[in-house]
Design a protein. Structure first.
Length: 216
């Protein structure tokens, strides 16, 4: 079981709910329509790693992409939440990586198949340490950045999200029950690109945290 510690409390990670295409520029760079509501997919907790651990590049892909994201930790069970309840349920924030096998995804989409296998493989989700939500209020002006071997690839600000954190939580809670320990990856800005074995990925969200992972 994967654990997250916040203050003196330990959370067992449940499901990982991910939001796709939550930045206009990212949707456009992949040739996708800008969504009218959050596009949701899931990852199991078994794929989760922490900053400093290695990302294992699967042998069956030749085109792995990085995606830096703001991650939310849900602190209590939530169903059909209103805006205030949704906001109050967020216990912490972290920097996350949603690693994607773009070639696998493209092939599955061409066939009209679900693209779960492009998103769900061991080490495909990474998170930094979590910052308690009570210690910091997100303004939207925070920079979200990612570099590969020291070269900046992604550089944006959180206010460019189509759906802000509270709206995402509210929406998801109306479709499925959110439970204590669930994580929500809120989507990535433009600039996603290929990484190779040996590459060092460094990601940061201003005032939230940093993470570093190496692809092997």
């Amino acid at each position: 079981m994967k654990k997250i510690k916040l203050y003196d409390k330990e959370f067992t990670v449940g499901k990982i709910v991910c939001v796709g295409r939550n930045y206009v520029a990212h949707a456009k760079e992949l040739g996708n329509e800008v969504p009218e509501f959050p596009l949701i997919f899931l990852k199991p907790p078994s794929v989760l790693i922490r900053s400093g651990e290695n990302i294992v590049h699967p042998e069956y892909s030749t085109d792995m992409h990085h995606e830096v994201e703001l991650v939310l930790l849900i602190g209590k069970t939530l169903k059909n939440a209103g805006a205030q309840s949704a906001a109050n349920s967020i216990a912490g924030y972290a920097v996350g990586l949603d690693m994607t096998l773009r070639d696998v995804q493209s092939e599955l989409k061409k066939k009209g198949h679900p693209w779960t296998l492009a998103k769900v493989f061991d080490t495909s989700a990474a998170v930094s340490e979590f910052l308690p939500a009570g210690k910091y209020r997100i303004t939207g002006s925070e920079k979200i950045t990612l570099s590969v071997n020291g070269e900046t690839r992604q550089n944006s600000v959180l206010k460019k999200m189509i759906f802000p954190p509270e709206k995402i939580v509210e929406y998801i809670s109306k479709k499925m029950t959110l439970e204590e320990g669930d994580l929500i990856f809120t989507g990535t800005p433009e600039g996603v690109s290929k990484v190779n074995r040996g590459d060092k990925i460094e990601a940061e969200i201003e005032n939230i945290g940093k993470l570093t992972n190496t692809v092997i």
